[in-house]
Design a protein around this ligand. Structure first.
Ligand code: IMP
Ligand code: MG
Length: 337
């Protein structure tokens, strides 16, 4: 049975550091399962295990801590890439025996999907075949995991897994971010899956069993793709370099901008965030820049604490706790509201 579940969602355009939050949580909370609920190897989570950086793409990071990890409903999967990733994790000395599972109806990214996505120039996709795979899923032409012979040892029936005698404590980790969600994002500059808490719940877990929703954001914003996002100001080049804002999957430079507080609040509300994690404060602190957008104004602060207090005042009715993160491998300093 399900005792409770927590969800991690990215409140911006991806790349906010969900991996670090997930890593912190699995080290500190006795989860029995970690489940990925959307996307494919278009995502990349940087995780530090024993100070060693490992980038996971399709496989949830729970396995790095000996927790059963499931590629859940709502994901699409590149089979060759899955086996490469598995090998990389095993070569890092991590035991994966019986720990990596794939929901039977996960849809498969085929070579045709890859070839088609390779031609994209409009959206700026990661070219991992994501969009065409989801299209075929919804067009009812897709191939599912249980149809692939090599995947047989990894298949799991999510209902049996979660509703057996065993008491489950589940962490759901999402990919991409709220403003890349197919419905909530800036269509067509979005990904082809749902990146909200709702997507986690589609894995057959009752909504009443939700405990915490960790919403992850950065103190500035980034976006990768074809639309214009970055204002013309050299400061964003400086933020990009200091923040190392280059894609972990594609290496592409991420366009940068200041945090938009109205957008953050919308993402917090729609996802029911209880625990807000604001990351990369060290980058703005080192540069001595403290700016956010709010109600179409650019608000400049004299110091970091003024900026933090302003943010706190505007989110305190909606979230219970804020974590302020300065260290890339950590969830940050807790402040209860
Ligand atoms: P797709 O998901 O590869 O179809 O790409 C659609 C859009 O989502 C593009 O703008 C990508 O750059 C963006 N995107 C997809 N995955 C990620 C991610 O993990 N981080 C940031 N952007 C992403
Ligand atoms: Mg990522």
């Amino acid at each position: 049975m399900i005792e409770f579940f927590d969800v991690i969602v990215d409140l911006q355009q991806g790349d906010c550091g969900k991996g670090a939050v997930s890593n912190y949580l699995v080290e500190n909370i006795k989860y029995t399962h970690v489940v990925r609920y959307n996307g494919s190897n278009n995502a990349g989570h940087s995780v530090y295990v024993n100070d060693k950086k490992i980038i996971t793409h399709s496989i949830p990071a729970g396995v790095l801590h000996g927790i059963k990890s499931i590629i859940g409903f709502g994901c699409v999967l590149n089979v060759d890439h899955f086996f490469k990733e598995l090998k990389q994790i095993q070569e890092a000395g991590i035991n994966t025996d019986g720990l990596i599972k794939i929901a039977q109806n996960v849809h498969i990214i085929t070579d045709e999907h890859l070839n088609e996505d390779e031609l994209d120039s409009k959206i700026g996709t990661t070219k991992k075949g994501n969009g065409p795979a989801y299209r075929d899923k919804y067009d009812r032409k897709g191939i599912r995991a249980f149809e692939i012979k090599e995947l047989k040892p990894f298949l799991v029936d999510i209902y049996e897994e979660f509703f057996g005698d065993f008491s489950c404590k589940i962490l759901f980790e999402g990919a991409q971010g709220f403003y890349l969600d197919i419905d909530w994002g800036d269509y067509p500059y979005v990904t082809s899956s749902h990146c909200t808490v709702g997507s986690a719940i589609l894995n057959g877990v009752p909504a009443q069993k939700i405990d915490k929703v960790y919403g992850v954001a950065k103190i500035y914003e980034t976006y990768v793709g074809e639309k214009d996002f970055e204002p013309k100001d050299v400061i964003f080049e400086i933020i990009r370099q200091h923040g190392n804002e280059y894609g972990s999957t594609t290496g592409r430079p991420r366009q940068c901008n200041y945090l938009n507080l109205n957008n953050l609040l919308k993402a917090i509300r729609v996802n029911g965030v209880t625990d807000l994690v604001i990351r990369k404060l060290d980058i703005l602190r080192n540069l001595g820049i403290f700016v956010v957008y709010h109600n179409d104004q650019k608000i400049k602060f004299d110091c970091e604490s003024q900026m933090k207090n302003y943010i706190k005042d505007h989110v305190k009715n909606d979230v219970k706790r804020i974590y302020w993160a300065y260290d890339p491998s950590n969830i940050g300093e807790l402040e209860s509201l």
